[in-house]
Write a protein that binds this ligand. Sequence first.
Ligand SMILES: [Zn+2]
Length: 377
Amino acid sequence: MVLLILFSAVSVVPGLNVQQEPAPAADRLPVQPDMPCSAVVTPEPYTVPLSDAQENRAQAVYKKSIVITAHDHCFHPDDFRDQERAGITVRTIKLTTDGIYWQDAARHKIESEVDGWMERGQMAIEILRKNIAAAGGKAVVVRSVDDIRRAKQQGQQGVIISFEGGRPLQGKLENLKNFYEKGLRDMQLFWAVSSPLKTRDNRFSDFGLQVIQEMNRLGIVADFSHLRAPAFDQAISTTRDPIVVSHCAVKAVSGADASGGTDHLNDDTIRAIAKNGGVICLHFYQGYIRPHRSTRSSVEDLADHADYIRQLVGIDHVALGVDFFPEKGAPWIRGAEQMGGMINVARELVRRGYTDAEIEKVLGGNLMRVYERVWKR
Ligand SMILES: [Zn+2]
């Protein structure tokens, strides 16, 4: 403190940089979730109008399916109990997010781009393992498709370790291998802040493209979320493996004013992902799944996006992202504000006449196909 006062006293000379307190390193900021995602939202009553026969079908297909979510931020011990109750086989948990963390039901900024990020990633993995143990030990970190099948058979709750953004690599390619060895099987490349993977104009840096190639080599799923159009073109022509966009919407349905990129996908982007063999995982957040029937969007609006992709490129490219996080006031879609609402997606697809095989693909089958291709070992 005293030193800082001295610095600021000498730095008032015009033309000299004012000394600023450096941003705290990322590992100095909270990593441990202080509440489960279910604590920030109260689900509204929601019913999908189905006949008894349809309801039975929805229950049966949901129960037999491997149910996978491609994106969430929930790893408080209670979250694993919620996962069990909801019948979700596997959740892809983004343990860190470049540029933010959640605490006290609100989001907070992380300014530091590099300092302490590798340590932050390692701490997050350790906390995940500790919280899994605290939840009673029925949850497991999955590293292979066999692990997922075993989790389904044995009623365990699977977890795929992921990061939202590449800051935990701290600009070093060898850190990807270190994290792979600790269980990393999925990583989102970009988030809304600077990182060594990006240039100032939001394209991939040379390092960012090397990261994609190294993910292909090691067997880590590349998550193309939050890319602008030029970065998407760079990335899709670099990857040799199928990719996922873990949380997004369809532009033609949402009506968003986005020009390309992977937040609100246009038809060309959807076709490019289909050609790559990849999977588009739908967001469960009203900012993406916009309301067309009332002031609040719902599972019905979500299913409109699935319908659109299915019609354009086929059912093999639709999956569920979700993106739950512990922040109060965030508007998730009615009928699926929490993990327990996942079955309403199956119900809505039954109502729309999807076959059992199609519903199984949306619930997790399509993501399993990507994992089989990417996780080589
Ligand atoms: Zn995101």
